[in-house]
Write a protein that binds this ligand. Sequence first.
Ligand SMILES: [Zn+2]
Ligand SMILES: [Zn+2]
Length: 442
Amino acid sequence: MGQGLSCWHGQGNGMLRAVKFGDLDAVEALLERYPTLSELSTVYGRQSVLHLAAASGHIEILSMLLNRSVNPDLLNRHKQTPLMLAAMHGNISCVSKLLEAGANVLMFDSVKGRTCLHHAAYYGHSHCLEAILSAAQSSPVSASWGYARFVNIRDGRGATPLHLAARQAHDRCVHILLENGALVCASTSRYGYPGSSPLHLAAQVGSLDCIRELLAWGADRLQRDSSGRIPYVVALKHKHNACAALLDPASAEPLVWPSPLKLISELNHEAKALLEKALMDANKEREKSILKGTLYSLPSPSRSEVGVDDDVSEASETDLCCICFDQLCSIEVQDCSHRMCAQCILSLCCHNKPNPTTSCLAPPICPFCRSSISGLVVAKVRVPEEPDHHDITEVSSSSKPRKSWKSQGLCEGSSSLKGLLVMGSFKMGGRLSAENEWIDKP
Ligand SMILES: [Zn+2]
Ligand SMILES: [Zn+2]
């Protein structure tokens, strides 16, 4: 009360103004003279100075306040925390600082019952989303609530962060959420009534990229919303013809990322990125034939296709995949070391749409030697016999270590063959085993 009133006094007003405009010196001087000003808040909105700093992204002021042990979880009139405001405005440095200071990620505002994760997803701030998810993984939240539950947390209207990201057409956020265990077929239904799936919402706004992501993670084209409509009908109604073509249950099923396969969940980052890209490329090829019949043509050809063609034209025979004779070998099977391209290994793993009820599928078998595949790694560059050892760096970069490696930044910082070999090795780091924890949970 007293603090609220004090903003009518000179110092209070000065303080609020200084925080809002990011005048660090003025804030510092005021706090020196009147330390209680750090607890100041506006009268009507009950926005604390910490809220103002978080919303306007003034990281130095925010840090200064947190260092003076201002509570990071102060609430404004709408029960919003500074972390929620920072996530709404995409102020990643403020988000990180607040998380570092122990801000609670599991608070619900009183407007729509949303958490900071909802706000980051709704406004499409993927970096904030990632920061919150990674904090949640190591915070007491995952111990008490469970990480999978947190990722699929519902707002007051039953929407998960994935629903909000899909509805706002934020495909990057959709991707991150799916990778972190968001349920692709979650329905906004409550109290037993059917609701919308993320696919319905993406169809409504006509986001091709979101639809691609959702389909690749196994979204169901036949799921019905509260009016009994499948996503295809929703897309047609809103005149999103290209989306409708992909959502048409009569058109070819897209390849689905085999996330329940233990093998895939244990992939190292580089191999996973390669396979993900291959999956998206394969689905874009399918799209082309699906969309050929419609009035719609794809707005931009996928960047990767150009790269793939380049690679093929340069390919030496040893690098060419022996299954399709079309792509370069980019994946190596363990333990037999047979090599094939990412597309072929994917079609091996994605042959059947994984059944969600029986997530323990038998591991795929190497088509060359019939031994079961225990792991996948990025294929090593095959260096033709070169007598001179010093040339290896040269050779590895000139004998085309795949466009895709470069495009994914795999060569950054270590162009040497040794570096690539180390990166290509199978890793089962802490992050991967952490992922498995929630994959096994329902
Ligand atoms: Zn192949
Ligand atoms: Zn083999």
